[in-house]
Design a binder for this molecule. Structure first.
Ligand code: AMP
Length: 545
């Protein structure tokens, strides 16, 4: 027997329609590529998203076709999020930081019909235009006045012209909530990037879960600053959460340096911001150098890579900004776990609480997780035993877009599909998951595993260390031994012996790195993560020399 409930498909367009109707005056503020600050409201955004849907229809875009974007976080990108998905086409966010050949591969693989781009990416568009066979035209996300002159692109359209020529009279179509709404490619260290294809239903469910108090905890009282790019897993869902709860939204555009972020946080009274640790390091450096404080900034979501404990402490103890540490993946839309304390943690000593907070957190409702050994047998949740982390749930990928190879899913005894995250983790009795490594970054010394993340975490709590990466270096006796690569804070002096002395007593003796090497900077990839494979290429034979 079916329940007697009204049938209503879960569609992305309902989010912006809701924000318009119930929070129509709430602002969306953007730092623009043109240099100024732009502000308007959800009502304006909804109107222009409908105009864009009309424009796309006129351009011949049909349901399920892909429309690409190469753009920063800003209001025009937001209009595309809703205009493209809302009309039934697929919003394909492309990461402009990828290598140009990968961008060409992605645009061709997705068969993008149009690519919208911010002016800062004009040189990139000029470089790829002739190589993207499916693209009918490129659309510069600007007005007529700022349109590039003499651009070497055959089919170039102007975003504001498209809006001006289109009526806001558009009714969002109703269709199956399982239809695809957006596409984001994830690049592993080997092979071609793979497309994760989200559905309206999966993202709506993810949005409900993301907004929960023990997740992002967002409400209409908030001012949200997604620093995480809209080209990296939908800015972790914040453009959707903001509409669902009616929060003011602040977009940083290309200004991701500490000074620009600080100015925006203060001027717009931001309460919540989300980003990867490398971005926050820039903000913290700026604030420390200028002896500045925050007046409204309450909490920050840090994820994408492990949040160093030193960063946790600085945010909380020095600036009174609560840190929420979260873990996710492109394949998870992205939220998997969030590190929000439980009532019983209130009684913990601050030091113990920091240990728990440094973990990646507990699963949000909707995400089922387990750790398994090499045979696929489930391991204990004792906070010590580490195994391969598997997940499943309604916003977790079941396959990659147009995948020619095998399904990524693993089957358990009952034949249910689990997505193998490629992360190695422990889970404690409270359900807090802790990533100890990417499976390919784990250091296997004499058959035992050493957690590179834990060593890095401790090293970066040294006041003279800006950042550090621990990698597996080849060893004649133990196969692999840890090698610690360290970037000093500007003006600090530090020796390898001092680093090793600092680690002593804080990690098991046999985890002590065989060498400490000082380098100028860590290589950072397109999504803000340290490129350990590049470090391994350069340093894996260091101990054999
Ligand atoms: P991506 O799909 O690019 O978002 O990358 C997902 C991967 O980033 C995960 O599988 C983890 O290895 C890593 N990651 C994400 N969040 C965290 C975190 N809080 N701590 C450690 N690693 C993380």
């Amino acid at each position: 027997m079916n329940g007697l409930m009204l049938e209503k498909q879960l569609l992305i367009s309902s989010l912006i329609a809701h924000a318009d109707r119930h929070h129509g005056d709430t602002e969306i503020v953007s730092r623009r590529v043109e240099g100024d600050i732009h502000r308007y409201t959800y009502r304006d955004c909804h109107r222009r998203a409908r105009q864009m849907a009309n424009a796309l229809t006129r351009l011949g875009v049909r349901a399920s076709e892909r429309v690409g974007t190469l753009a920063w976080n800003g209001y025009r990108h937001m209009e595309l999020y809703y205009g493209i998905s809302g009309m039934g086409a697929v919003m394909h966010t492309i990461n402009p930081r990828l290598h140009v050949d990968q961008i060409v591969y992605i645009a061709n693989h997705a068969q993008d019909q149009y690519i919208f781009f911010d002016l800062s990416f004009l040189p990139l568009i000029e470089a790829i235009a002739d190589r993207c066979g499916s693209v009918k035209a490129f659309v510069a996300m600007t007005d007529r006045e700022h349109m590039p002159k003499d651009a070497g692109i055959a089919n170039l359209l102007c975003y504001e012209d498209l809006i001006d020529e289109s009526s806001p009279g558009y009714t969002w179509p109703e269709f199956d909530e399982n239809s695809a709404c957006s596409l984001c490619y994830t690049s592993g260290t080997t092979g071609n990037p793979k497309g994760v294809l989200y559905s309206h239903r999966s993202l709506l469910l993810h949005t409900y879960a993301a907004a929960l108090p023990d997740a992002l905890n967002c409400s209409a009282k908030d001012v949200l600053l997604p620093v995480v790019p809209m080209f990296h897993v939908n800015a972790w869902g914040i453009p959707y959460v903001a509409c669902m709860v009616g929060a003011k939204l602040v977009f940083p555009g290309p200004g991701l340096d500490g000074k620009s972020l600080y100015e925006l946080i203060e001027a717009e009274q931001v309460t919540f911001a989300a980003g990867v640790p490398t971005v926050w390091q820039g903000l913290l450096n700026h604030v420390a150098q200028g002896d500045l404080t925050f007046s409204t900034f309450e909490r920050t979501l840090i994820g994408g890579a492990a949040c160093p404990s030193s960063m946790l402490r600085t945010f909380q103890e020095t600036y009174g900004v609560d840190v929420v540490h979260a873990w996710g993946m492109t394949e998870l839309s992205p939220i998997g776990t969030v590190g929000v304390m439980k009532a019983r943690h209130r009684a913990m000593s601050p030091e113990d609480r920091y240990i728990t907070q440094a973990k990646q957190g507990r699963a949000v409702f909707g995400v089922d997780m387990k750790i398994v050994d090499g045979l696929g047998d489930e391991l204990a949740w004792d906070g010590v035993t580490a195994g391969d982390l598997l997940v499943r749930g309604p916003w977790i990928a079941s396959d990659y877009f147009l995948n020619q190879g095998e399904s990524p899913l693993l089957r358990d005894g009952a034949g249910r599909g689990w997505f193998p995250t490629g992360d190695v983790a422990t889970i404690d009795t409270d359900g807090f998951m802790q990533i100890t490594d990417r499976s390919k970054d784990v250091i296997k010394s004499g058959g035992e595993w050493i957690s590179s993340i834990e060593i890095e975490n401790i090293a970066t709590s040294h006041p003279a260390i800006e950042c550090a990466a621990c990698i597996a270096a080849r060893h004649p006796k133990w196969d692999e031994r840890p090698l610690l690569l360290v970037v000093k804070r500007p003006g600090e002096s530090l020796t390898a012996d001092e680093v090793l002395t600092f680690l002593r007593g804080r990690i098991a003796k046999w985890w002590t790195p065989d060498a400490v090497v000082f380098i100028d900077a860590l290589p950072i990839g397109a999504t803000g993560k340290v490129l350990k494979n590049r470090l391994r290429e350069a340093f894996q034979d260091y101990l054999l020399r």
